[in-house]
Write a protein that binds this ligand. Structure first.
Ligand SMILES: [Zn+2]
Length: 401
């Protein structure tokens, strides 16, 4: 038991130091000791270990560099040494990426999903494709499988998903995954949670309480409360997309009526435009996206402007209630939501000035995501490394969320 505790403390200390070096490249050992509260001897020995294991490097003192202000004995992350494989499943495709723990995607592979229930075997093939024979396996710290689904850790199931699965049989996915990748530490994570984590780390969100709303096929939310991801990365604590904004509204597949994602999802746009008397050529598009709607509104189509504003009002209603429950200081609209453009965001901000619980809404900021659509791959890598990777022992654990 004593040994376990020592390992736990050492792992935490290594994570803390690595985090500070990530936040402040060029930091010195003395500065690390000061901000971490660890002794100089402990910092020195842990830093040496991380250098030895090729996680970081010491850029050293140099006359030339110190003249232009480089910090003495500056520590930096070392690129190109350790990787995490991130495999993302969607309805029609699988994408696998080899991500350096410093945040670079260095290789990728992908394939179409043509038959139901084939995700695990296709993932195995992509994994092998990604790691060609010249790539040493010891450099892989773990594997993340990212799914657009809620993950039930207790029942070991995924549900509420758009994945291509047979309707009549519940696949033992998690069990099959464990067997397929039994040689590595493996985590199954929700896509919205990974996108939210990327935003937190890489856009340096200063608030411990914030919400990330992901507009994809459905609408998902990830909530950080006191700096922790609520429900970890399982998405099993919230179904924001199925928040009803009209109890008398259209029937949703979930059994509820007037669900948010049914009312303001991309599939709802055509019907709303027709109801608003739109006669724009975008109605001839096979599918009308948020981007199409936003462009049409931007170029002055009154029906498109009306629909965009009404969708913003619908969204604001759900948002103001969310704020009453968890009081985030910042709300980020990510995924395809970014394509809704300035009119949508301005309307949401304006509506929230007049609805909901004032004291909580007055301090609320809302913005679009600063990251691109592949950010959740990097987010998954970083989440795995920060939360599940263990510096002190080699494990082949399976992590849910
Ligand atoms: Zn629903």
């Amino acid at each position: 038991m004593k040994l376990v505790n020592q390992q736990l403390i050492k792992n935490n200390n290594l994570k803390t130091l690595y985090h500070y070096i990530h936040q402040d490249p060029g930091i010195s050992r003395a500065q690390l000791a000061k901000i971490s509260g660890l002794s100089k001897t402990t910092v020195s020995s842990l830093v040496d270990e991380m250098i030895e294991r090729k996680f970081i490097q010491d850029t050293g003192t140099s006359e030339e560099f110190s003249a232009v202000g480089r910090k003495p004995n500056g520590l930096q992350l070392l690129h190109g040494q350790h990787y995490i494989v991130v495999i993302a499943w969607t309805k029609k495709e699988i994408h696998a990426k080899l991500v350096d723990i410093c945040g670079m995607i260095v290789r990728d592979a992908g394939c179409a999903v043509k038959e139901p229930d084939t995700y695990v075997e296709l993932s195995q093939k992509l994994f092998q494709e990604l790691l060609s024979s010249d790539f040493p396996e010891t450099k892989i710290l773990g594997i993340c499988v990212v799914v657009p689904a809620m993950i039930d850790a207790t029942r070991q199931e995924i549900f509420a998903t758009t994945l291509y699965l047979s309707p009549d049989k519940q696949q033992p996915f998690l069990e099959n995954l464990k067997i397929a990748f039994s040689d590595y530490p493996l985590a199954i994570l929700n896509d919205t949670a990974c996108a939210a984590y990327a935003e937190k780390v890489y856009t340096k969100i200063p608030y411990p309480d914030f919400a990330y709303i992901n507009f994809q096929h459905g609408i998902g939310a990830a909530l950080f409360i006191q700096d922790r991801l609520l429900g970890q990365a399982t998405a099993s604590y919230t179904q924001f997309g199925h928040y009803s904004i009209d109890p008398e509204g259209k029937q949703c597949s979930c059994g509820n009526k007037g669900c948010l994602e049914l009312m303001i999802g991309e599939n709802a746009i055509r019907e709303r435009l027709l109801a608003a008397g739109c006669c724009s050529p975008i109605l001839q598009n096979e599918k009308i996206t948020y981007g199409d709607l936003s462009s049409c509104a931007l170029y002055g189509d009154p029906a498109a402007q009306k629909v965009l504003k009404e969708m913003a009002k619908d969204f604001s209603l759900a948002l103001s209630n969310l704020v009453c429950i968890v009081h985030p200081k910042l709300i980020i609209l990510g995924g395809k939501g970014k394509e809704l453009g300035p009119l949508f965001l301005d309307t949401v901000t304006e509506v929230l000035k007049h609805t909901g619980f004032r004291q909580m809404l007055d301090s609320l900021q809302i913005r679009y995501s600063f990251l691109d659509s592949t950010a959740y791959f990097i987010g998954a890598m970083k989440y795995f490394f920060d939360i599940h990777y263990d510096f002190t022992q080699e494990t082949n654990h399976f992590f849910i969320g």
